[in-house]
Design a binder for this molecule. Structure first.
Ligand code: SF4
Length: 354
């Protein structure tokens, strides 16, 4: 297993069969698992500064770097799935396609989300992805198999959400990644992993300054930001980053899933996950308005990757959505990594404490 000190083990392909690697929360792992394959959610280990050019998103760049490295740290993926959710990811897909022998699938996730044609396009992409997986060595899902898998994943997500108050923000992010890397046979083990994590962490310390974190993806090596919040006396009561509950799919309707599981997948993922790339952005706006108000947070930390235009636009928007003070933290903009951000977080929490 990969060990990302000071955290615990993240999923590693060394522990599994040939994986199907994906990055975006808009790719349902249950759909990969239904083809008898091993979903493997990639969260890059560290932001890549070397070779990165002005204007490049460190997260997308590092995802591409991980997928094209020699020797391949991700083993030899049976397939790689990237999404069209932003220009930087589209470019990462082009780079990966050109530089890796593994087959690459660029999944078109429309930015617009309200029209029937956009929903139909996402459903068509799921169907196209299924054929692609079969072409890469997967099998056609058996009758009722997808619906049964969706139920098993749903149980695991419910258990993870219930455990969240007892977990550090880093541990929740690690388990979320682990869930996205489970195949059908590993979901029972995942429930045990949640219990173990809760047992090892014990009850999180009561008190502290309640904070919400909002933003895009965070590389494993950048999760020190979350530790810094907690070490400085903050408590993350809402994680609306890509490593948090914002990017969990909507709850499953088991009855509807047994009738039409692909339509349910579309509803749970495409219709429901709010993100900065979606247009209109009212899905994200409504999510943040509701959840920030309900969280009891006293401040908001916006965590974004340098050169990410989509989340940069929210530096101004957030202030208008809620009356809370907002700290803007930019990742990947200096070789010092998260050190200066850590200092600013400490000061922010000190001010909120007064
Ligand atoms: S952080 Fe922004 S630019 Fe980078 S991959 Fe995510 S949405 Fe794209």
């Amino acid at each position: 297993m990969n060990i990302d000190a000071p955290g615990r083990a993240w999923p590693s392909v060394n522990d599994m069969g040939q994986p199907v690697v994906y990055v975006s929360p808009f790719v349902p792992p249950e759909w990969i698992a239904a083809h008898g394959m091993q979903p493997r959610r990639l969260v890059p280990r560290a932001p890549a500064m070397r070779g990165m050019r002005e204007g490049q998103c460190p997260f997308a760049w590092q995802a591409a770097a991980s997928l094209t490295a020699t020797p391949q740290p991700l083993g030899n993926p049976a397939a790689i799935i990237l999404t069209s959710t932003c220009d930087q990811m589209r470019r990462a897909a082009e780079i990966v396609q050109a530089r890796t022998p593994s087959p690459v699938f660029l999944m078109n996730v429309p930015a617009t989300w309200r029209s029937d044609s956009a929903r139909g396009l996402y459903a068509d992409e799921l169907a196209r992805l299924g054929l692609f997986l079969q072409h890469c060595g997967g099998r056609q899902p058996g009758q009722g198999e997808l619906a049964a898998l969706m139920l098993a994943y749903e149980r695991a997500r419910i258990a993870l959400k219930a455990a969240q108050p007892m977990l550090s923000a880093r541990e929740f992010a690690r388990l979320l990644c682990e869930l996205g890397s489970c195949d059908a046979g590993q979901l029972d083990g995942f429930q045990r992993a949640i219990s173990d994590a809760c047992g090892q962490q014990g009850q999180r310390a009561a008190g502290g300054i309640d904070l919400a974190i909002v933003g895009g993806p965070i590389a494993q090596g950048e999760l020190a930001i979350l530790d810094a919040i907690e070490l400085a006396g903050g408590k993350v009561v809402l994680n609306a980053c890509e490593s948090g509950q914002r990017c969990l799919p909507a709850p499953l309707d088991a009855q509807a899933a047994s009738a039409d599981p692909l339509a349910q997948l579309r509803r749970m993922y495409f219709d429901s996950i709010p993100d900065a790339f979606r247009r209109p952005d009212s899905l994200l706006e409504n999510y943040l308005r509701t959840h920030l108000a309900g969280s009891g947070a006293r401040g908001v930390v916006l965590i974004r990757q340098v050169w990410c235009d989509l989340w940069h636009a929210w530096t101004q928007r957030l202030g208008g959505l809620c009356p809370l003070p907002v700290l803007d933290v930019v990742l990947g903009d200096s070789p010092e990594g998260t050190t200066s951000a850590t200092n600013r977080i400490q000061s922010f929490i000190e001010i909120l404490r007064r």
